[in-house]
Design a protein around this ligand. Structure first.
Ligand code: ACO
Length: 427
């Protein structure tokens, strides 16, 4: 027997169907609430609102579980590479050898952008934040690839997907090269996706390009850990913009802007700035723990706490291990890593943090690795965007294939009631 939920309002009872997910998550389907009862639900920030049914990512914040298409994040980070994970997220299954080869080659075929795009990049000042530049360039790509995607054609959809997966790393790398006054370049067909990205970012015009494998492995893992996180702010933005049938690139450009904010992808930058600040202050972690707990003090321990994870963030565990490994392999000694570990140890034993279920999140250690890899602080969120790209694409594709309606929330109006118009002279 299917379940229903009953709502009582103004002396009348209304029944609503209940949807149960494959992991037993329960949602009350209130589509008919307004039509039947004349009322709406109010949930600013969508803290308790399911915006869609999705088969892409499952997370359980209480148990610290994150899975892409049913596969544990721990397994994927350890055993798969970024393009395999991208294929899995977008198409639903891990690729076999031929599928992966074709996917990889098709992306390589698209790993260049129109030369005219350089003129657009040229117009930005060097001081421009890379996220703003990246969002603009992604939007500008539409002008050079104007044919819209026929979503009823799998072939059309596939072509748009490999196109953006090929071109996005070029644009991301160019934002960094512009900042560093380096000549714009293209990648190397013979390299893997992540190594190629690294080469495009860091190759010097007067030096043979060489990179430690540990760097590429660490970067690959970071991209996988960021690849999707169900209906977060930027992903919801991509789905919302796409729901008006705006194209894939336009939807992605909006997602990049949403990710930019310090409450979302921008937090990784805030963590490293906080750790640096503690170091410069003398490295007394206890002092900053006290500040974080003091309600009169606006200081918060950046990289701690999460809206959804109330046990631990599984990505943080993997990243912490990876930070240790990559810094060890590269022989980098970073005093902020010791500060981070000190803070974590204190926080995990502190009543305030334990009671409020505040654990390190994915951003607590990612900045330390990015820094060890030579990535400038204001490029951290660009790295996040590179990782999140397959997730955004998968969510956009799912939304279009499921023929979801245009996103259009309602509101409760709290403004003035009807007023008579006053002519300018009598105001
Ligand atoms: N340091 C100190 N106290 C904290 C922290 C923190 N980092 N985070 C939460 N608290 C406290 C709050 O003061 C509050 O205390 P109270 O109950 O005594 O009032 C309690 O814990 C609950 O905090 P909320 O802000 O209500 O929790 P919410 O789920 O709304 O916020 C958030 C989650 C925004 C991540 C928050 O924990 C925070 O600001 N963390 C630091 C910023 C950060 O690391 N953001 C990255 C998130 S991961 C990502 O976006 C990829």
């Amino acid at each position: 027997m299917s379940k229903t939920a009953t709502l009582e309002f103004d002396g009348k009872k209304y029944e609503f169907p209940v949807t149960v997910g494959t992991e037993d998550e329960i949602g009350v389907d209130i589509k008919k609430l307004r039509g039947e009862a004349g009322i709406i639900t109010l949930d600013p920030g969508f803290k308790n609102t399911g915006s869609c049914e999705s088969a892409i990512t499952f997370l359980d914040g209480e148990k610290g579980i994150l899975r892409y298409r049913g596969y544990a994040i721990e397994d994927l980070a350890e055993k798969a590479d970024f393009l395999e994970v991208a294929y899995l997220l977008i198409f639903g299954e891990l690729p076999n050898k031929q599928q992966l080869e074709k996917f990889t080659n098709d992306i390589k075929e698209q790993s260049h952008v129109d030369e005219e795009m350089k003129k657009i990049l040229d117009g930005f000042p060097k001081s421009a934040h890379p996220m703003g530049v990246l969002s603009s360039l992604t939007s500008a790509l539409i002008a050079f690839n104007p044919s819209s995607v026929d979503v009823s054609s799998e072939d059309d959809m596939y072509k748009a997907i490999v196109k953006i997966l090929g071109k996005f790393p070029v644009l991301a790398a160019w934002t960094l090269r512009k900042k560093n006054s380096l000549p714009l370049n293209y990648g190397d067909e013979d390299l893997g996706y992540v190594e190629n990205l690294h080469k495009m970012m860091f190759e010097k015009p007067n030096k043979t390009y060489n990179v430690d494998k540990a760097v590429i492995d660490a970067l690959d893992k970071l991209l996988i850990l960021h690849a999707d996180h169900e209906q977060n702010c930027s992903t919801s933005t991509v789905r919302m913009v796409g729901s008006s049938h705006a194209g894939l690139f336009a939807s992605l450009s909006a997602g990049i802007s949403a990710l930019w904010g310090p409450l979302h992808g921008g937090a990784n930058q805030a963590v490293i700035e906080m750790l640096e600040g503690i170091k410069e202050d003398g490295g007394d972690t206890h002092k900053f723990m006290q500040k974080a707990k003091d309600k009169e003090d606006p200081f918060r321990l950046m990289g701690f706490g999460h809206r959804v994870y109330k046990n631990f963030d599984p990505r943080a565990k993997i990243i912490k291990k990876s930070a240790d490994e990559v810094l060890g392999q590269l022989g980098v000694e970073d005093p902020v890593l010791d500060i981070a570990k000190g803070l974590e140890k204190e926080a995990l034993e502190d009543d305030y943090f334990v009671k409020r279920k505040l654990y390190p999140n994915v951003d607590f250690y990612s900045g330390i690795i990015y820094r060890a890899l030579g990535i400038p602080v204001d490029m951290f969120t660009v790295m996040f965007a590179l990782g999140r790209l397959p997730g955004w694409i998968a969510q956009w594709r799912e939304m279009r294939l499921r023929k979801e309606p245009i996103g259009r929330p309602r509101q409760i109006y709290i403004g003035e009631n009807h007023r008579d118009f006053k002519p300018l002279g009598s105001r």
